[in-house]
Design a protein around this ligand. Structure first.
Ligand code: NI
Length: 433
C-alpha cells in the first residue's frame, strides 16, 4: 500500500521556522519519503493520492500521561485539591466502573484525541484488557499499564492482572500496543509492594510509569515519614535502575533533578492538570537544562478537562515564560518537540514523533487556510501559538487513515457518545450525594 500526499507544507528540518512545500509518501506503515516539490512518479504507482494543498503535515502528537476512561468523569468533580478530589470523589466513583464503562470511556477519549491530532497516548487505569481491545480496534498507538494502588487487600490480584496484561498484549495490534507497569504513586503503594513491581519490571523487561511529587502535601508527608524527597526515597529502592516515566514532578529539588538526569528518568509534564488541581508548576526549564527527556501529557479528562495537546503545547510555552518572567523560556520549537519527540522519549518509543523517512507513518494534516495562519512568517509559531485543534483534518497511524476530512473511520462517534452518556447516568446521583 502506497499513499502520496501532494502539495503539502512541512517544516524545514534544518530550520523549523521555515516551511517547505512538497509531497510525502507513505509505504505500508512507514514514511518512505518527504521531499520538496512534486513527485516524478506516475499516479499509477500509488493506491491513493491525497491533495495536501492548504494543509500542514505534522508528526502525530504524543500524549505522555493519562487515564483515558476518566472521560466519563469529565465535569464530575471540579475545583478541588488533589487529595480531596481523589479520595472523596474519584475513587468512590471509580469503584462503580464496569469493564464496559472503561471500554466506552476509552473510546470516548480516543475520539477526542484523534480529532485533536494525537496518534499515541498512554493509559494507566483499570480493566486494561478492555482498553487494549479498544486500542486495537481504533488503530491508535498506546502504552498501557494496569494502574496499581497498593492500599487494599486486593493488591496481589491487581499485580497479577498487570502481569497478565503484559503477557497478553505486549506488541499486540501489529506492535501498536506497548505495555508498562503502572504503580500509582509512592503514597498509594507501600514499600514492599513497590519493590515487587520493580522486580517484575526487571524480570519482564517492562518500563514503569508512576506519579511522583505531584503536590507539596506528598513531598511534605514523605519528608516527615522518611526524611527524604520522593525522588531520593524511590531511588533508594532501586526504582530508577529501571526505565521510568515519572508523571508530574511538580516539586523537585536541584538535587532531585541531578539524580534524575544521572539515572535518565523520563518525565511526563502535565501543565493543564497541575494548574487545574492547584498543584503547582513543575520546574520544566531546570529539567530541560539538566538534559532530562520530557514529554507533554494531559492527564485524565477529570483533571484537565480536555485531552487536547494543541492546547497543552500553547499552555506549556506560555506558562513557563510567565512564571519565570522570561520570554525565552520554552520557545515554540521546544513546545512542539515536547508534544512529539519528547513524548516518544518519555514513553521509551522509537520511530514515532518525527516525519523522518523510515519512521512510522503516524502523522496528521492541519488545515492552514484559516486567517489565524496568515501571514506566513512562521508556521511553526502558528502551530504552537495560533492553531486550534479543530484545524486537524486527517490522522494516520502506522500508515492507516483513522480520521479523514474530519470523519472518524474506525470508531462510531454517535454510538460512543450516546453510550458514554447513558452509562454515566449512574454517576449523576453519586455526584449530587
Ligand atoms: Ni495521572
Amino acid at each position: 500500500m502506497r499513499v502520496r500526499i501532494d502539495d503539502v507544507s512541512f517544516f524545514d528540518e534544518c530550520d523549523p521556522s521555515q516551511t517547505k512545500t512538497g509531497h510525502i509518501i507513505i509505504r505500508d506503515e512507514r514514511i518512505e519519503a518527504l521531499l520538496e516539490g512534486g513527485s516524478a512518479e506516475p499516479a499509477e504507482s500509488f493506491d491513493e493520492i491525497i491533495d495536501g494543498s492548504s494543509k500542514l503535515v505534522l508528526p502525530g502528537l504524543i500524549n505522555a500521561h493519562g487515564h483515558a476512561a476518566m472521560t466519563l468523569f469529565r465535569g464530575y468533580a471540579d475545583d478541588l485539591p488533589l487529595y480531596t478530589w481523589l479520595t472523596e470523589k474519584i475513587w468512590p466513583a471509580e469503584d462503580m466502573l464496569t469493564q464496559d464503562d472503561v471500554y466506552i470511556g476509552t473510546q470516548l477519549a480516543m475520539l477526542e484525541m484523534i480529532e485533536t491530532g494525537t496518534t499515541t497516548f498512554t493509559d494507566m487505569y483499570v480493566h486494561m484488557d478492555r482498553v487494549a481491545e479498544a486500542v486495537i480496534e481504533s488503530g491508535m498507538r498506546a502504552v498501557i499499564g494496569r494502574g496499581l494502588v497498593g492500599l487494599g487487600e486486593d493488591r496481589d490480584e491487581k499485580l497479577a492482572e498487570a502481569i497478565a496484561l503484559i503477557k497478553d498484549f505486549h506488541g499486540a495490534g501489529n506492535g501498536r500496543i506497548t505495555t508498562t507497569l503502572a504503580p500509582h504513586a509512592p503514597y498509594t503503594c507501600p514499600e514492599d509492594f513497590l519493590k515487587q513491581i520493580i522486580d517484575q519490571a526487571a524480570s519482564l523487561d517492562q518500563s514503569i510509569q508512576i506519579h511522583i511529587a505531584e503536590t507539596t502535601k506528598e513531598v511534605a508527608d514523605l519528608q516527615k515519614s522518611k526524611g527524604m524527597t520522593p525522588i531520593r526515597f524511590l531511588d533508594g529502592m532501586g526504582l530508577f535502575d529501571q526505565r521510568v516515566t515519572a508523571a508530574h514532578c511538580t516539586f523537585l529539588t536541584d538535587d532531585d533533578i541531578d539524580l534524575m538526569a544521572h539515572k535518565d528518568v523520563r518525565v511526563a509534564h502535565n501543565p493543564g492538570s497541575n494548574l487545574k488541581l492547584g498543584s503547582g508548576v513543575a520546574p520544566l526549564a531546570k529539567m530541560l537544562q539538566a538534559g532530562l527527556k520530557v514529554g507533554l501529557g494531559t492527564d485524565g479528562a477529570a483533571s484537565n478537562n480536555k485531552l487536547d495537546l494543541f492546547e497543552e503545547m500553547r499552555l506549556v510555552a506560555l506558562l513557563h515564560k510567565g512564571v519565570l518572567q522570561d520570554p525565552t523560556a520554552v520557545p515554540a520549537h521546544k513546545a512542539f518537540l515536547l508534544a512529539t519527540t519528547g513524548g516518544a522519549d518519555a514513553l521509551f518509543l522509537n520511530d514515532v514523533g518525527t516525519l523522518t523517512p523510515g519512521s512510522l507513518a503516524d502523522l496528521i494534516l492541519v488545515d492552514i487556510s484559516s486567517p489565524r495562519y496568515y501571514p506566513r512568517h512562521s508556521l511553526l509559531s502558528h502551530a504552537v501559538y495560533s492553531s486550534q485543534a479543530g484545524d486537524v483534518t486527517d490522522v494516520f497511524v502506522a500508515g492507516r487513515h483513522l480520521y479523514k476530512n474530519r470523519e472518524f473511520l474506525t470508531i462510531d462517534k454517535e454510538r460512543v457518545v450516546a453510550e458514554a452518556e447513558r452509562r454515566s447516568r449512574k454517576f449523576y446521583a453519586a455526584r449530587r450525594g
